[in-house]
Write a protein that binds this ligand. Structure first.
Ligand SMILES: *Cc1c(COP(=O)(O)O)cnc(C)c1O
Ligand code: SF4
Length: 356
């Protein structure tokens, strides 16, 4: 059982529980609530997930087993993009726990990136030159089954304001750092007042040029891109880059498209990273449509990651040979600027490692 501490998610109105939504299962509700209410209201139990989507009850025992390892979490705004009654839906596969997650597979481990070794300050990961990751929130809006952080010690990585001061000192002292990256969990699970405070402190450091956010929240809950977020993003002197995380074209509905338009309006450069996932996007046609759809809504494809070998995710694995063939074939279908870079993260390397 992993220990997540979704502090940003648990505060507030307890009456917005799962049971309150009984009987209105298929009504998309994303525009009736603010994003924090939508976070709290996420489906967090396999029975509710199967019921909402009309899945065969035969999926339930396996889902319960996977849930015990890494809990279900799916906000309704994302759920509304999953086809009803289709166990093969590519979005469902990303969030439905399976019995196979308990399988022990050689080479699939709990900390595949060995990040534990690169944490000079609380909430800070400094593995690459020029840029550092700040764990701005330990929580996520959605639990992706393939996530390399599914065993991450979140509780140890949720710094207080005083601890942030020590992290900020580290950044002030290392003038080779020119980019700060808000990561997580999902940094946008944090309230804007905390993020705005951090962004202001970072902007005071003269050698920092860019602020990057690695987040899935604008995709999972498009209403996250509200006035409060846009205000601080537009106000900072730092160049802002957002790397969203979209694996399949069906994830981009009109609400996501509108959220991306708002971000671009605030001067944010939009990039996407995907993970190559068996049964989700492991074919040329889907990857080509994904790139086209991303650019339709103003996002440039950036990375296509091969799966990190994390325990519980082996069933998503695509071999390197197959991944390289896929990407080489994809090249014939896409404009060069729509080609994501196929990469792997290798512990100890100075950057992500290109495969093709
Ligand atoms: C991916 C990553 C970065 C950013 O790398 P880019 O290649 O610049 O996107 C920085 N730090 C860590 C630990 C990362 O995993
Ligand atoms: S949003 Fe990202 S960090 Fe969070 S569970 Fe999904 S893949 Fe992992």
């Amino acid at each position: 059982m992993i220990t997540r501490t979704p502090t940003a998610l648990q505060s507030g109105n307890a009456t917005h529980g799962e049971d309150a939504s009984e009987g209105v299962t298929l009504t998309p509700r994303q525009h009736s609530q603010d994003w924090q209410a939508q976070l709290r209201d996420a489906v967090r139990d396999p029975r509710a997930l199967c019921r909402h989507l009309g899945l065969d009850p035969a999926w339930l025992p396996g889902a319960e087993e996977g849930h015990a390892l890494f809990p279900v979490r799916v906000p309704h705004a994302y759920l509304s993009r999953i086809r009803y009654g289709d166990a093969d839906d590519p979005l469902l596969r990303q969030v439905l726990p399976l019995e196979r997650e308990s399988d022990s597979v050689a080479g699939f481990v709990s900390d595949p990136l060995e990040e534990a070794e690169h944490r000079p300050r609380p909430g800070l990961i400094h593995k690459y030159r020029n840029r550092v990751l700040l764990i701005a929130s330990p929580a996520c809006a959605i639990n992706c089954r393939y996530c390399f952080r599914r065993h991450f010690p979140y509780a140890e990585n949720s710094p207080s304001r005083a601890q942030w001061e020590s992290t900020l000192d580290y950044l002030r002292q290392d003038t080779s750092i020119n980019e700060a990256i808000f990561s997580g969990g999902d940094p946008l699970a944090s309230p804007d007042r905390r993020l705005a405070w951090l962004a202001e402190r970072l902007a005071d450091i003269p050698h920092l040029k860019r602020l990057r956010l690695h987040t899935r929240l604008p995709v999972v809950i498009p209403d996250r891109v509200d006035g409060a977020l846009l205000d601080w993003l537009a106000a900072t002197r730092l160049q802002t880059v957002m790397v969203v995380h979209i694996n399949h074209p069906n994830e981009i509905d009109t609400h996501v498209a509108d959220a991306m338009a708002r971000l671009r309006g605030a001067g944010v450069t939009l990039l996407n990273q995907s993970v190559l996932l068996r049964g989700v996007n492991d074919d040329v046609e889907t990857l080509a449509r994904l790139s086209e759809r991303l650019f339709d809504v103003g996002i440039l494809p950036y990375y296509l990651h091969v799966l990190d070998p994390v325990e519980g995710a082996a069933h998503f694995d695509v071999s390197d040979a197959e991944a390289i063939t896929l990407v080489e074939t994809l090249r014939a279908h896409l404009a060069g600027f729509l080609m994501p870079r196929l990469v792997r993260e290798v512990p100890g390397e100075a950057s992500k490692t290109p495969l093709a």
